[in-house]
Structure formats: structure tokens, C-alpha cells
Ligand binder design. Structure first.
Ligand code: ISJ
Length: 360
């Protein structure tokens, strides 16, 4: 195969086979969809998708394939997304508008075929899910640099929606503006976290005294900057491009491995995968009394359950100042040792979801 033409003929022949195989796969998927729809089982099965990817990555390594794990994931995540849409068309609601990092996170999991519905607030995402306007919701829950997204935690505490998946995404910010020079900038728009993540950049460029206007999202910031030549936006690459705001500086975040953790919300319970995390809300009684939290955590220690996170929030419904604890740990709600703890604290613990641990 030395000529370009011969190579292209070979590629065409392979693509013909690939197309037939993918269609064959989709026919099986349609059958899976029928079985699930009959029994009311959930269409999206993140733990099954994870197992497929792991099997293929091992196979690929054994065969010394040219693809790396990231490439296998990119190709197959798109196949899964198309497959799920064949089983049942999916609508995904996310913290918009178009071009937010959350949009990017949603697309990375649900692919190009799904229907997307942007909401301007995190509360709007929860409402759309609760009213059945969408099957899945995507919202940020914490950033490595800036900590928890309080609104998401507070809504999780009161909503019946559950976390069905998590994903980590690196966040890169741009400083985008229609102004020709920094001196011409009178205001900067971003999401509150956006300012927090780029403090050093703002300081180094003498911008700390320029008015900072927090808005609902970095994409909204890009829209506002596109309409105002005296404004700049701290926003994603995608938002700057989408709304036509020239990027003056890129990768302006203080910490270059800044990552945000997103969660996918829906209304079902995942089956255990063997690599799960579980999120709970513990409304411990009398938290100000010595030892209450320690005793609670001691139960996890005794059951050999590792925690991955604990976050306290002021309680919303208690008289006086109380605290709620959002706790993530390794394991699934159906695991015996987890059940034992949860049974002991039934009136204090709300289960928020068990899901395949995301890769960081
Ligand atoms: C086909 C299924 O449904 C979905 C699609 C998958 C696929 O394309 O392989 C895997 C898991 C599910 O998210 C299944 O559950 O097996």
C-alpha cells in the first residue's frame, strides 16, 4: 500500500465494515432499550459504560493498539451517547447559557446527538428535572481551587433528584474583550468563581481596581462583553468564540491544573460497579455538642469506609446555628457495611446518590 489512492481505498473498505458493525451494535442496543422500557429500568448505565471502556482499554494494551485510553474513551462515549438516544431520546438540562463549562461537561458525556436545554440558574436545572422537562441535569459541585458550589449543595439537600455520575474537567479561562487596550476596560464580567480563580492575573495586570461584576455564568459574561466595548469577560474559550469576543489573554487561571467537578442528576439508582462513590447529607443532631461528628465519622472508620470529602454548610431548617455535613465516601449504598451505618442513622442521613468514581 504505497500510494495515497491505495491507502484511501483501504480506509473506505474499513469504513464500510465499521459502519455495518456500528449499525449491528445499534440494533442490539435497540433491543436492550425495548427490554429496559418494558421493565422501567434506567437507560443510562454509567457503571456498564465504565466496564466496557475498561475491557477495551485492556484489550487495546494487550494488542499494542495505536489508540490511547483517551482516544478509546472519546470514540466510545460518543457511540454510547448515540446508542442511548436510540433507546430513548434524552434531554439534558444544564447550567447555561450555551458555552458554559457545564455545557462543555454535558456534551462530553451526552455527545452531539442529545437535546440540550440551558438554564440560567442552578435552581432552574433542578426545577426542570423535578417537573420532568429533562431526564438528566448537569451542574458544577466544586472547584479544586475555590471549593464547593453552595447553591448545588443546598439544592441537593431538598431535591428528590439523585447524583448518577460525576466528572472532572480542567478549567481554562480567557480574558476576552472588544477593547483594543487594557486601559479602555471599565468593567469585568464573570461568574463569582471566575474572579476567584484569576486573582493573580488581575493583580499582575493592574485590574484589581476595575469594577468586577459577578453574573450567573461565564457565558453570560461573554454575552455582556460582546455588547459592551468597555467591558471584558473572564470566560471559557468556547464562550468567547461563540459570542464573538476577541481573546486578549488565554489560560489566565492562577492554578493551571484547575479542575471542576460536575455532577449528573437524574431520578434513578445505579447498580454497583465495584468502583463507586456515595454522597450523603448528614443532619446530625446537636452538632455543637462535643464528639457528635467524631462519633459519626468513627462509624465509617470502624466499617473501613474511606471518606473522599466532607463539607459543612449552615443548616437551613434548624433553629439557631446548626450545621449539615455533605459527605462523600468510597462504596455503594447497597454495600453491606454502608447499609449498616445508614440504618444506624436513618433519621439523620439523606442519601444523595451512588455513582462510578470519575477520573481526575
Ligand atoms: C445498551 C445499553 O444502554 C446504554 C448504552 C450502552 C452502550 O452503548 O453499550 C451502555 C450502557 C447504557 O448507558 C446497556 O445498558 O447495555
Amino acid at each position: 500500500m504505497d500510494s495515497l489512492e491505495a491507502c484511501r481505498d483501504a480506509i473506505d473498505a474499513i469504513d464500510t465494515e465499521l459502519l455495518a458493525l456500528i449499525n449491528e451494535r445499534m440494533a442490539v442496543v435497540e433491543r436492550v432499550g425495548e427490554i429496559k422500557n418494558k421493565s422501567g429500568a434506567p437507560i443510562y448505565r454509567p457503571e456498564r459504560e465504565k466496564a466496557i471502556l475498561q475491557r477495551l482499554e485492556t484489550l487495546n494494551a494487550e494488542q499494542h493498539g495505536l489508540l490511547n485510553a483517551g482516544a478509546i474513551e472519546a470514540i466510545f462515549l460518543e457511540i454510547f451517547a448515540v446508542a442511548r438516544n436510540l433507546e430513548l431520546p434524552e434531554r439534558i438540562v444544564y447550567l447555561g447559557p450555551e458555552g458554559t463549562f457545564t455545557h462543555q461537561a454535558a456534551e462530553s458525556r451526552f455527545g452531539a446527538m442529545s437535546e440540550y436545554l440551558p438554564m440560567s440558574t442552578i435552581a432552574g436545572v433542578f426545577k426542570a428535572l423535578e417537573s420532568g422537562r429533562a431526564k438528566f441535569g448537569v451542574v458544577p459541585i466544586e472547584s479544586r481551587q475555590d471549593g464547593a458550589v453552595g447553591e448545588t449543595l443546598d439544592l441537593l439537600a431538598t431535591s428528590p433528584m439523585k447524583i448518577v455520575a460525576e466528572l472532572y474537567m480542567p478549567i481554562h479561562m480567557t480574558f476576552s474583550t472588544k477593547a483594543a487596550h487594557l486601559d479602555g476596560i471599565k468593567r469585568i464580567y464573570s461568574k463569582d468563581k471566575g474572579f476567584g480563580q484569576c486573582r493573580n492575573f488581575l493583580n499582575e495586570h493592574g485590574l484589581l481596581n476595575v469594577q468586577q461584576i459577578p453574573v450567573e455564568s461565564t457565558a453570560k459574561a461573554a454575552i455582556l462583553a460582546s455588547e459592551d466595548p468597555e467591558a471584558a469577560a473572564i470566560c471559557s474559550h468556547i464562550a468567547a468564540k461563540l459570542y464573538g469576543v476577541p481573546m486578549m489573554f488565554e489560560n489566565i487561571e492562577d492554578v493551571h491544573d484547575n479542575t471542576t467537578r460536575f455532577i449528573i442528576l437524574s431520578d434513578f439508582k445505579n447498580a454497583p460497579s465495584g468502583q463507586d462513590k456515595t454522597s450523603i447529607l448528614a443532619k446530625l443532631k446537636k452538632t455543637t455538642r462535643a464528639g457528635v461528628l467524631v462519633h459519626f465519622l468513627h462509624d465509617f472508620d470502624k466499617a473501613k469506609i474511606n471518606l473522599s470529602k466532607i463539607e459543612s454548610r449552615p443548616a437551613k431548617s434548624q433553629e439557631g446555628f446548626g450545621y449539615w455535613f455533605f459527605i462523600d465516601f468510597y462504596g455503594h449504598i447497597d454495600d453491606k457495611n454502608v447499609q449498616k451505618i445508614l440504618k444506624k442513622h436513618t433519621d439523620e442521613v439523606t442519601w444523595l446518590g451512588s455513582y462510578v468514581e470519575g477520573e481526575q
